[in-house]
Design a protein around this ligand. Structure first.
Ligand code: ZN
Ligand code: FE
Length: 254
């Protein structure tokens, strides 16, 4: 079991505080900034023991050094990108495991958004921390990777159990949906998500976490191998990587 708290920071980032109750260990996932994290941990009476970074971007590691200085925590991050993670102590590669007390995370190397991006899957707690790789009804921009890499990375997530909760690093859902309905207009699961998200946002609530099951059904970036999506972007019968690349290209200029 994990107690997961969401801290909204900057314009649309989420930082997560994750506590494993048996040990009392607490991890911070992708601290863009330090102050709100230290304040929330103090309010909860939680002692931060680890930082888990998914990738090197400033809005994911900006709080690393200040949180480490304040708490003495250990910084865990991607081995393929260790040189770009401030203060890293424990670099982890694909399929490595990390124990937060009694809960174990498996590391997935998921290049595409950046060349060194990783994700943390807590199988027992049914939670995935995927940084900027998968968003609700979207995916990260391809800053350093190819469509083939990103499609392969996203397919690894798609294969996880349907009830896996997905804790991504940004609240982009509503704008992602505005785009998604242009390439998958007849998808009833997407329309249902659209209605749900409108209601959540109108009430000032976050749309995250989402689930693997919901994303598998409604996220066009997980559906590049579906004939209906290929047809909709004029690529019927083409390789899923080409379909994925075309959907990503359209989103980039939407
Ligand atoms: Zn990023
Ligand atoms: Fe980001």
């Amino acid at each position: 079991m994990l107690d997961i708290r969401q801290i909204p920071v900057l314009s649309d980032n989420f930082i997560y505080l994750v506590r494993e109750p048996a040990s009392g260990q607490v991890a911070v996932v992708d601290p863009a900034v330090a102050e709100p994290v230290l304040a929330e941990a103090a309010r909860l009476g939680w002692t931060i023991t680890h930082i888990l970074n998914t990738h090197h971007h400033g809005d994911h590691v900006g709080g690393n050094l200040a949180i480490k200085a304040a708490t003495g925590c250990r910084i865990v991050g991607p081995a393929p990108d260790a040189g770009r993670i401030p203060g890293i102590d424990l670099p982890l590669g694909d399929n490595a495991t990390f124990d937060l007390g009694a809960e174990q995370a498996r590391v997935f190397f998921v290049p595409g958004h950046t060349r060194g991006h990783i994700a943390y899957w807590f199988e027992g707690a049914q939670a995935l921390f995927c940084g900027d790789t998968l968003f609700s009804i979207g995916c990260g921009r391809l800053f350093e990777g190819t469509p083939a890499q990103m499609w392969t990375s996203l397919k690894r997530f798609r294969d996880l159990p349907a009830d896996t909760r997905v804790y991504c690093a940004h609240e982009y859902t509503q704008s992602n949906i505005r785009f998604a309905v242009t390439v998958d207009p007849d998808n009833q699961d997407l329309r249902a998500r659209e209605a749900e998200v409108s209601a959540l946002r109108a009430a000032g609530k976050p749309t995250i976490p989402t689930t693997i099951g919901l994303e598998r059904a409604a996220n066009p970036f997980l559906r590049a191998d579906m004939p209906v999506l290929a047809g909709s972007v004029g690529l019927a019968g083409h390789d899923p990587v080409e379909v994925f690349a075309e959907v990503r290209r359209r989103k980039d200029s939407f």
